[in-house]
Design a protein around this ligand. Structure first.
Ligand code: DGL
Length: 233
């Protein structure tokens, strides 16, 4: 199957990794909108404009399915895109309510961008107690590939874990720093990767393997970042 995935930058590559892991024999077309990253501080109108452009690109690649490999777009535009598109489109958030319920988590911390937290999508969709924390400093750090400030920033965001039994990485960029987050929170809290949950729960007809990456801007550390993140097996 020809599958389009998109994100504001390299974060969605973590979703692509999960899809390659569970559905290796497919043709993947990835669009990273490095020209307009970060999405988390943009208005919904701006996001919509960027996403329309990306969808045009993916359609020109004749994709048969689109995966929104971005929490911010999933949180704010999924319903509208689903209505407009004539091919199936999936959000990285859709499978999470079932996943959380099955595991009986009591209190979940959601780390995400400003735009995702402002949408309160997780509070609306999950049935357990949800604590939301906006982490706007993380995407610029991850996109730059310079982690000097990461430790201090994570301490700031993860200062109150009272009663938390699960953390949703509500922005696909955060999966890249999952090991750093794990180190801060210890092993008793489950860390949930949205791309992993979606890829593991979606049915796709296999074809053959192809991976095609496109970034709207060549940023300084892009190649190094992509090589570090993408696991082509
Ligand atoms: N990776 C995206 C997300 O999942 C976008 C983050 C951003 O560009 O601010 O929210």
């Amino acid at each position: 199957m020809r599958i389009g995935l998109f994100d504001s930058g390299v974060g969605g590559l973590t979703v692509l990794n999960s899809f390659i892991k569970y559905h290796p024999n497919n043709q993947y077309y990835y669009y990273g909108d490095t020209l307009n990253v970060p999405y988390g501080d943009k208005s919904i109108d701006e996001l919509y404009k960027y996403v329309k452009n990306i969808i045009e690109y993916l359609k020109s690649k004749k994709v048969e399915m689109i995966i929104i490999a971005c929490g911010t777009v999933s949180a704010n535009l999924y319903d509208c895109l689903k209505e407009e598109l004539d091919i199936p489109i999936y959000s990285v958030i859709s499978e999470l309510p079932k996943y959380i319920e099955e595991r009986n988590y009591k209190k979940t911390l959601v780390m995400a961008t400003n735009a995702t937290i402002n949408s309160h999508v997780f509070k609306k969709k999950l049935n357990n107690e949800v604590v939301e924390i906006a982490c706007p400093k993380l995407v610029p750090i991850i996109e730059s590939g310079n982690y000097n400030e990461l430790d201090i920033v994570l301490d700031e965001y993860l200062s109150n874990l009272d009663g938390i039994d699960s953390i949703i990485l509500g922005c696909t960029h955060y999966s890249i720093i999952k090991d750093y987050i794990r180190k801060k929170v210890g092993n008793s809290i489950d860390i949930i990767d949205m791309g992993e949950v979606l890829a593991n729960n979606i049915k796709i007809e296999d074809s053959y393997k192809r991976i095609d990456l496109f970034f709207s801007k060549k940023t300084e550390n892009l190649d190094r970042n992509v090589n570090k993140i993408l696991k082509i097996v």
